[in-house]
Design a protein around this ligand. Structure first.
Ligand SMILES: Nc1nc2c(ncn2[C@@H]2O[C@H](COP(=O)(O)OP(=O)(O)OP(=O)(O)O)[C@@H](O)[C@H]2O)c(=O)[nH]1
Ligand SMILES: [Mg+2]
Length: 415
């Protein structure tokens, strides 16, 4: 894994610089404001520092030979001897310490960054020395201390249990930790292990782009999903952001003609946002509406929530998704509630997969404290989470999905 920092006037600028150097595959680990340094600092504007990671095929940093009293890794990570002693004793293997560590993940990432650089340097130095002279071999072959190994294992088990408590599916928790477990060495500091796990999960979430403008013509965006998950409310939140904040030409359509109240709900939002609204009763009406609004930026389509087991309705929805053909750019979002049971979510995701490729939106994060299903569904459906919603307030309670907060929570950080 490559981890690197980039600085820019804005987050976008820093991310652009990162993409230029490392390619499109980067994942953002952390974003923070940095104060300019130096004599003229007061005259310089604040900058944004973005830490990015890129999974690569290279081997992880090799273990570093122990130096007197303090491991080279601990030294490299800027840990003083006392801190190291306390981690050796396993002080970190309780929840409150992990929370503290997670609160300062930026520092962890930094120490890991320094550490891998310094590990490479030490390794090179070691190779040079070994090539140059005999002896010293005994020290290089020093066996790992069992006690430390046990403490590390305890630490990893604690993280595993925390993930399971957060309802991360066992198979995914195992996948993540097995990898870390395999690569740890007796002198790997806990900080390094934790930062490594954090990064692994962030990379598993990957990146998502959310709703994107079409190159030409409108972007037709469908919202599908089970009853009552918050499709209509989510459309209102997003429409507000696009129509009001970004001043994009937006129109709301509803194909939900099963309940009069459902159409009225969206009509009311359209009136408040002062955007056009249509109820669609047939495929022909749908095509006509898309034609009418061909100069618009976004056409949001609300659909009827129904049981994902109702094949007739699923088929009908599929025909809506397909009727526009290749000429019109579409995007589909499967809206899921974070409060739905894991097994049901899997079935829903599978059934809707048959009608479209979708990205995910998770609603009602305010109604649950366990976010494991976000990771489970991302990995099961192999599709990004684009947005999360966390309340009934339109337009505020929505944001683009940012895995950093969720991953901290999955590892026992504060909500
Ligand atoms: N707590 C909470 N409630 C939400 C959230 N999003 C939507 N709701 C509520 O969930 C209920 C259902 O929301 P709708 O937007 O009507 O859901 P829908 O998916 O359109 O439902 P149908 O059209 O019946 O399939 C409403 O009371 C919303 O206020 C959320 O993020 N958190
Ligand atoms: Mg609805």
């Amino acid at each position: 894994m490559i981890i690197k920092k980039f600085v820019g006037k804005t987050e976008e600028e820093a991310v652009e610089a990162a993409k230029k150097e490392l390619g499109e595959g980067i994942v953002i680990m952390n974003v923070r404001q940095v104060k300019p340094k130096g004599l003229l600092a007061a005259f310089k504007s604040r900058q944004i520092e973005v830490t990015v990671a890129l999974e690569d095929e290279r081997e992880p940093a090799k273990p570093v030979r122990r130096e007197s009293g303090q491991t080279a890794e601990a030294k490299a990570s800027g840990m003083d001897a006392d801190t190291q002693k306390s981690t050796d004793k396993g002080v970190l293997t309780d929840q409150s310490s992990i929370e503290k560590k997670l609160d300062s993940l930026q520092t962890l990432l930094e120490s890991q960054l320094k550490q891998s650089e310094s590990a490479e340097k030490s390794e090179r130095a070691l190779e040079e020395r070994e090539n140059g002279e005999e002896g010293d071999k005994a020290a290089a072959e020093k066996s790992p201390e069992q006690e430390k190994d046990d403490e590390q294992e305890k630490f990893i088990r604690l993280l595993y249990n925390t993930m399971i408590e957060n309802e991360v599916a066992e198979k995914y928790a195992n996948q993540i930790l097995e990898d870390v477990d395999k690569n740890r060495k007796p002198n790997t500091p806990f900080d390094y292990i934790l930062a490594n796990i954090y990064q692994k999960i962030i990379l598993k979430f990957g990146k998502s782009d959310g709703i994107q403008p079409a190159d030409k013509g409108p972007r037709v965006v469908f919202f599908i999903g089970p009853t009552g998950v918050g499709k209509t409310t989510t459309i209102a939140k997003l429409a507000s952001s696009f129509a009001v904040e970004e001043k994009k030409k937006t129109v709301l359509l509803t194909a939900d003609t099963y309940r009069i109240a459902a159409a009225e709900q969206l009509r009311t939002y359209a009136q408040i946002l002062e955007v056009p609204f249509r109820v669609i009763y047939s495929l022909e009406e749908f095509q006509a509406a898309v034609e009418t609004f061909k100069d618009y930026d976004y056409i949001f389509v609300d659909t009827a929530g129904h049981s994902h087991q109702n094949e007739e309705q699923l088929k009908q929805m599929k025909s809506y998704l397909e009727i526009l053909g290749d000429k019109v750019r579409t995007q589909v979002f499967l809206v899921l509630s974070a409060t739905t049971k894991y097994k049901d979510l899997l079935r829903i995701a599978d059934n809707y997969r048959e009608i479209a490729d979708y990205q995910l939106i998770f609603t009602k994060l305010d109604e649950t404290t366990t976010l494991g299903n976000l990771l489970n569904l991302k990995l099961h459906a192999d599709t990004p989470i684009a947005y999360i919603t966390y309340g009934q307030n339109v337009p505020n309670d929505i944001e683009k999905f940012n895995p950093q907060k969720t991953v901290k929570q999955l590892l026992g950080g504060k909500a």
